[in-house]
Design a protein around this ligand. Structure first.
Ligand SMILES: CC(C)(COP(=O)(O)OP(=O)(O)OC[C@H]1O[C@@H](n2cnc3c(N)ncnc32)[C@H](O)[C@@H]1OP(=O)(O)O)[C@@H](O)C(=O)NCCC(=O)NCCS
Length: 184
């Protein structure tokens, strides 16, 4: 129901319970692609697991700690973008994203992030937005770099990915630095 239009082809919608089957189908069809960098694929075995993820995002939204949206391209669910729970004491949000392999390379996630970051700074009035990604995840790193974020450092062995620990590069942008992410 809640939706934000980025272009004729591209829209963000709050993920709701009735999207669970479509979300599971997206994860299942992109399991190998997403499993390279995201830790939750082995925990996503049935549509009920996708429903639980959506419900946890809706609780986060109801608690005023940010939202999880689907990325719809040509009326098909193709990805996810949203906040990790906002830290209001520091007015900081980390954002995360993923996209179907078949839709990569067309700027959809960069544009989705730009909309989420605009909203974070201009509507929620946060002071900082952070993006964390594995140093070897070139496609993911390119997004904050394209949006003009500063590489602030690398956290060592900060995430567990299927039995191994991986580093996370941290990119940050302050409200006073945000110019709409017009770098392309
Ligand atoms: C990370 C991920 C979302 C990046 O997807 P992506 O398609 O590369 O990112 P975008 O949708 O922003 O597209 C950028 C690409 O579109 C191109 N592009 C075309 N038009 C563009 C535009 N108007 N604006 C920006 N980029 C554009 C860019 O040049 C870039 O292509 P290139 O890498 O071949 O140079 C995707 O690879 C993914 O889901 N990976 C697995 C999960 C994952 O790693 N999640 C992140 C964990 S931190």
């Amino acid at each position: 129901m809640f939706s934000y239009c980025i272009s004729d082809r591209h829209r963000l919608r709050l993920l709701e319970a009735h999207h669970a089957a479509e979300l599971f189908a997206l994860a299942d069809a992109n399991r190998d692609h997403l499993r390279n960098w995201l830790p939750w694929l082995d925990l996503t075995r049935t549509p009920a697991d996708s429903l639980a993820f959506i419900q946890s995002g809706l609780r986060q939204f109801a608690d005023g700690r940010g939202f999880i949206a689907g990325i719809w391209i040509d009326d098909k669910l193709a990805g996810i973008v949203g906040h990790h729970p906002i830290d209001w004491s520091s007015r900081t949000a980390a954002i995360g994203y993923c996209l179907a392999e078949s839709h990569q390379g067309q700027g959809f996630v960069t544009a989705s992030c730009r909309a989420v970051i605009d909203h974070a700074f201009n509507t929620l009035e946060l002071n900082k937005v952070v993006i964390r990604c594995a140093p070897l995840n070139g496609r993911s790193r390119a997004i904050p770099e394209r949006l003009g974020f500063v590489h602030e450092g690398t956290l060592r062995e900060a995430e567990q990915l299927y039995g191994r620990y991986i580093d996370l590069a941290v990119y940050g942008c302050l409200r006073r630095e945000w110019d709409g992410g017009t770098l392309t």
